[in-house]
Structure formats: C-alpha cells, structure tokens
Design a protein around this ligand. Structure first.
Ligand SMILES: Nc1ccn([C@@H]2O[C@H](COP(=O)(O)OP(=O)(O)OP(=O)(O)O)[C@@H](O)[C@H]2O)c(=O)n1
Ligand SMILES: C[C@](O)(CO)[C@H](O)COP(=O)(O)O
Length: 235
C-alpha cells in the first residue's frame, strides 16, 4: 500500500500582507515552502510527495524543490482559488492511485511538522479511513451570534485542528464527489468535507504539536524564526 503526502501551497497569504505568497518568504534562511516537503521526504513511511502551488508561482516552487534535492517530490502542480480546490487538483493528479492509498494532506504554511506527528497519523490510518491532528485549546471558546454568546462548549472536548489531515484516498474522493454536487459547499479543511458528506465515517483525532503552527499572521513569522533557530541548534 502506498503513502502519498500532498503539500498544499496554493494560497496567496493575504492575511500576512506580503506581496509574494507567504510560502516563498524565508524563515531560518530557507523558504517556508522548503520545510514541509523535507519532513515528508525524510520520513520512511512516505513514498511520494506532491506539491500544489499557487497559480503563477509553479516555477518558483519547482526551483525550490530542485535546490533542496527532495528525492520523493514527484511533481509540482497548480492549485485552485480555494484550499478545497487545491485539494481537488491533488486528487485529480492522483486519479490513478488505488482507493486504499494513504493520503496525507499538509499545509505548506505549517513548516514545523515533525516525524512524531506523521508517525501517529500513519499508525491511526491502519484502523481508520480518516485521521486528523488536534491540540487542546488554552482559551475558552464560545459561539457568538449577533454579538451575543450563544454556546460555550466544554473546553476539554475542544481541539484545534492542525495538519496533516489523512485519509484512505477513496474516502476523500467519495466525500469530494458528494460535495461537488452541493451548490452550497464550503469548507476550511478536508476533514470538514468528510464530516459533512460522509457523516458515518469516524475521524480519528491524534495528538498534534504546538510547534506545528500555521504561519497565518505577521506575528507568526516571529515565532517561526524562533522555532527555526531552535531546530537548527538541536541538530
Ligand atoms: N487556494 C488555496 C488556498 C490555500 N492553500 C493552502 O492551504 C494552506 C492553509 O491556508 P492559509 O493559511 O489560509 O494560506 P493562504 O490562503 O495562503 O492565506 P490567506 O488565507 O491569509 O490568504 C496553506 O499552506 C495554503 O497555501 C492552497 O493550497 N490553495
Ligand atoms: C486545515 C487547517 O489548517 C486546520 O486548522 C485550517 O482549517 C486551514 O484554514 P485556512 O483558513 O485555509 O488557513
């Protein structure tokens, strides 16, 4: 059975306010885009890495993949206008994979995914068709409607999702096939697509890592620089 990691780098990084997509910005002297492929490239459980890059920036991604010499990166393809459209582009590129192939979808904007997180995902995929990575929330989280608190879910039950989000590829294909028939379809992640369109498929949640942060806002770049320096010192 094969395992394919997809690094989703199809976004433009509008919240970080940079003229270039944030995955092309450097932290620790390397483009953010060079980190996640390295984590999957060196993991013994991963056979192939596919990179999905923002429109108009594929040549820059190809140059970075070749500069760092990732042996398992097979292709860089163009993404879509939304994250889910970029996932669909990856599913299209992987159309020949058998349904039981293990698919790990990871945000390029999370440069510090480590082998422990990937290990936990792969182990959970032996027993589950869908696996998510979650961390507890240190804040109280509330549901707000019209400026008023409508619900206060118990904090112990809440998790913040990270990536990778992992699936037997046939399960994700089926969820997206159903989603494509829904004119009201929106989702911020791939587990959301499975949860909505295949509600009987259990999504196993494994422990994430606070260092696996998503570089989203300018302050996250400061934290990322610090984490990159610590990772370098630990080598
Ligand atoms: N059309 C898109 C949008 C997002 N992504 C990827 O999904 C991950 C998480 O998205 P996010 O952090 O929102 O990145 P951006 O869309 O680039 O940021 P923003 O929403 O601030 O524009 C990122 O690695 C991003 O490149 C993608 O592959 N295709
Ligand atoms: C997939 C994700 O990283 C899980 O937390 C998140 O939903 C991505 O959201 P974004 O708005 O595309 O950054």
């Amino acid at each position: 059975m094969r395992t394919v990691a997809v690094v989703l780098a199809g976004g433009l990084g509008q919240r970080i306010g940079s003229a270039t997509p944030k995955q092309l910005l450097e932290v620790g002297g390397r483009p953010i885009l060079a980190y996640a492929p390295a984590a999957f490239d060196t993991h013994p459980g991963v056979d192939e890495v596919l990179v999905v890059m923002a429109r108009g920036h594929v040549p820059a991604a190809v140059e970075i993949m070749s500069r760092y010499g990732f042996a398992k990166v097979s292709r860089v393809i163009e993404g879509g206008a939304t994250r889910t459209e970029s996932t669909l582009a990856a599913l299209g590129a992987l159309a020949d994979e058998p349904d039981d192939t293990r698919l790990l979808l990871h945000d390029a904007a999370r440069p510090f995914v480590d082998s422990g997180v990937i290990d936990r995902c792969l182990a959970a995929l032996d027993a589950h068709r869908a696996v998510a990575v979650g961390v507890p929330t240190p804040d109280t989280v509330v549901v707000v409607e019209d400026g008023l608190v409508r619900a206060m879910p118990p904090r112990d039950a809440l998790r913040r999702f990270q990536t990778p989000q992992c699936f037997r590829i046939g399960t994700l294909r089926e969820a997206y096939r159903l989603a494509e028939g829904d004119p009201g379809f929106t989702a911020t992640d791939d587990c959301g697509v499975v949860h909505r369109y295949l509600p009987d498929v259990p999504i196993r949640v494994v422990e994430g890592d606070e260092r696996n942060l998503k570089v989203t806002h300018p302050l996250d770049l400061v934290v990322a620089e610090h984490l990159a320096a610590r990772a370098e010192e630990a080598k």
